[in-house]
Design a protein around this ligand. Structure first.
Ligand code: ADP
Length: 513
């Protein structure tokens, strides 16, 4: 017989014992047993006994495999053990009475014989009759059905377990709900997605756990739940995109696929819902749109200026004095520099994204590097003053000089850009243990608290009017942070809105490596 779980085996044994009790009494026997055929071991296993001691079972077991099965399939399924197994000692019942008359019937399910039921009578008793054979046949049938039910229950339990472990192991969030939209299944991917434990979710209304909204932010659960949609009786699946609320309050963009089970009249009994997290896709899509809009704007302005000045200065009827011509040429040059800087940043960002960044490290003297770039920035502004102070005997760092320059150019450039009224830009270099700590502080517009968390993300720009007036694509800090981290360091930002900002770059000193 197919293996059953321990509990099912106990239940089946109890049912068979009850059937056997009734059977023995109905055919006025003294003892009996039900044995099931064990296909894998190719032998009978006794599952239920009535008034048979351990010793008797020992005597009966050899008979079970040889004589009794033959008797079960014969038309005259009743006989005397003393005739069937000549020479073998007759068995005693559990109450010590010698047994001889026996009746045996197969437990038949369809065409398959799945076991035997047999009843014994005391030795001096008469042989069983055909009527008793018919009575026992009814009990044999009951027992066969009980065994078959247990097998089916076992198969079902196995199948259920298989499906459950498949759902549990799925990388996609899977949740099932009943007709009242109470959660009846919640896999571990769902726990990860929502930040809620399974035991928190089970039994709760779906709305209280997920708070589903459609892609326009309208709550779905009250009126638009696919379980409630009119005319949806024949629909077995339904797809929808929306957001769910995680336990920490985050909205997560998901694609949902509902699969319904329905009653014969079509009303939904339950639904299994797959949740596919598409937040990354949505984020990439948003980035793409922001990037294209920003890029368009950032390219358009310098190109218009270059084109405007070039065509004006190039007019054959134009008579420009040297001052006007030089100013025009200077603007063209500045705008070309701006474009080249933009292209350079885009290239660095794309190399960072693709992991194709190459570092050529050497000993870099930070005070000299900062001095050089401050001299360059000094020529570009009249309204900012620079103050550079480094600890004496500043040790070198092991770094790619071009990338480290890019890191500080971005920060000093920002200090100027975001201080439109001018002011002091202070650059301090300190040695702290085995670290170089460079601070760039300005007296500019500062950064509102709401922007602080996203400063270093790619294409992230401040959301204030004063930032919008400044040209930029939101890559400078992203690149600077990457370069610092790729050198084993980090960046930090501090600011008081309206009162300037301070960026700190911490890099390991060469001897610490
Ligand atoms: P971009 O300057 O092109 O916008 P960045 O990545 O360099 O890109 O900076 C991201 C955002 O951080 C800026 O849009 C701005 O809001 C803010 N920011 C950076 N540096 C400063 C600064 N020194 N003062 C004020 N805001 C700053």
């Amino acid at each position: 017989m197919a293996t059953t779980s321990a509990q099912q085996q106990v239940d089946l044994k109890a049912t068979l014992e009850m059937i056997l009790d009734n059977a023995v009494q109905a055919v006025t026997g003294d003892a009996g047993a039900i044995a099931l055929w064990n296909e894998s071991e190719r032998r009978f296993d006794i599952l239920a006994t009535y008034n048979l001691g351990r010793e008797t079972m020992g005597q009966l077991l050899p008979l079970l495999d040889e004589v009794i099965p033959d008797l079960a399939t014969s038309r005259e399924s009743f006989d005397m053990l003393s005739t069937l197994a000549k020479g073998s000692p007759l068995p005693y019942s559990g109450t010590g009475i010698l047994q001889d008359p026996i009746i045996v019937l197969p437990l038949q399910y369809g065409h398959e014989a799945i076991g035997l039921i047999y009843v014994l009578r005391p030795a001096e008793g008469v042989s069983f009759s055909r009527t008793e054979q018919r009575i026992l046949a009814a009990f044999a049938q009951q027992a066969a059905i009980a065994v078959q039910n247990a097998r089916l229950a076992h198969l079902l339990a196995e199948e259920k377990q298989r499906v459950e472990s498949m759902l549990e192991g799925s990388a996609e969030g899977i949740m099932s709900i009943d007709a009242e939209r109470r959660i009846i299944g919640f896999n571990s991917a769902m726990e990860k997605l929502t930040g809620r434990r399974k035991d928190e979710a089970l039994g709760k209304q779906c709305i209280s756990i997920l708070n589903l909204c459609d892609s326009k932010g309208n709550a779905i659960c009250h009126e638009q739940c696919p379980m409630l949609l009119p005319g949806s009786e024949s629909v077995s699946t339904f797809e929808q995109q929306g957001t769910i609320k995680a336990k920490d309050g985050r909205n997560i963009e998901v694609e949902m696929l509902y699969s319904f089970t329905r009653s014969p009249t079509g009303s939904p009994l339950s639904a299994v819902i797959n949740f596919h997290d598409i937040s990354k896709l949505v984020e990439v899509e948003n980035l793409r749109t922001t990037f294209l809009a920003m890029l368009g704007h950032e390219l358009q302005t310098p190109l218009s200026l270059i084109k405007g000045y070039a065509s004006t200065l190039g007019r054959s009827d134009g008579r420009w004095d040297d001052k006007v011509r030089n100013e025009g040429l200077q603007i063209i040059e500045e705008e070309c520099d701006r474009l080249s800087k933009l292209v350079n940043r885009l290239l660095i960002a794309s190399r960072i994204e693709s992991g194709a960044m190459v570092f050529q490290k050497e000993a870099v003297q930070l005070p000299q590097l900062i001095d050089k770039l401050v001299r360059r920035f000094n020529t570009m502004t009249d309204i900012h003053t620079f103050e550079v102070v480094f600890d004496p005997d500043f040790p070198p760092i092991d770094a790619d000089p071009e990338l480290i320059e890019e890191l500080f150019v971005n920060l000093v450039d920002n200090a100027i850009k975001y201080s439109p009224d001018g002011g002091r830009v202070e650059i301090n270099g300190k040695v702290d243990d085995s670290w170089a700590e460079i601070t760039i502080a300005d007296e500019g517009i500062g950064i509102p608290v709401r922007d602080m968390d996203h400063l270093f993300e790619r294409f992230s720009r401040g959301r204030s009017n004063s930032v919008e007036k400044v040209r930029g694509v939101g890559l400078g800090l992203f690149i600077s942070r990457y370069i610092a981290e790729a050198h084993g360091g980090r960046t930090e930002a501090f600011s008081k809105f309206g009162r300037g900002s301070r960026f700190v770059v911490i890099l390991p000193l060469q001897q610490a490596l």
